[in-house]
Design a protein around this ligand. Sequence first.
Ligand code: C2G
Length: 151
Amino acid sequence: MKRVLTYGTYDLLHYGHIRLLQRAKALGDYLIVALSTDEFNEIKGKKAYHNYETRKKMLEAIRYVDLVIPEEKWEQKIADVQKYDVDIVVMGSDWAGSDRFDYLKDYCEVVYLDRTEGISTTKIKRELGLQEPRNGLDQLPTTKQERQNDN
Ligand code: C2G
């Protein structure tokens, strides 16, 4: 039984999230999602539309997801890998090479899957007029940092 673990906020679920979960599950038999709590989102500088309980329920309704656990701090990942006997940690490619994940290679496999272009929670909010357009032009994020904040 190959166990896969991924992390995220998963607010305003969109097909980029679903595709990530679908491909992550395809790498194993059991998929755990460590879902950012509302308090951790504050640390990440993200404001989710749905609270943790709602985002958790939505993820639990997805056929690829077997278990949802809270992500409360950056430093919990090694303990998560050991506690849940994880074989592979999977993240979207906007995290590729990040020191937030690469160190886990000493504990399990780490796989970065291509990010789904053209969709992000921030883009949805912007196009619904819920967020200021970026410098007047609706450009896709260019820097890695912008991409990491623009999911
Ligand atoms: N994602 C994707 N394609 C998109 C948007 C997101 O593949 N168009 C992926 C991200 O790379 C991430 C997952 O979907 O692997 C969840 O994205 P977010 O909810 O934005 O997660 P993030 O804020 O990157 O949180 O400890 C790590 C953080 O909790 C990750």
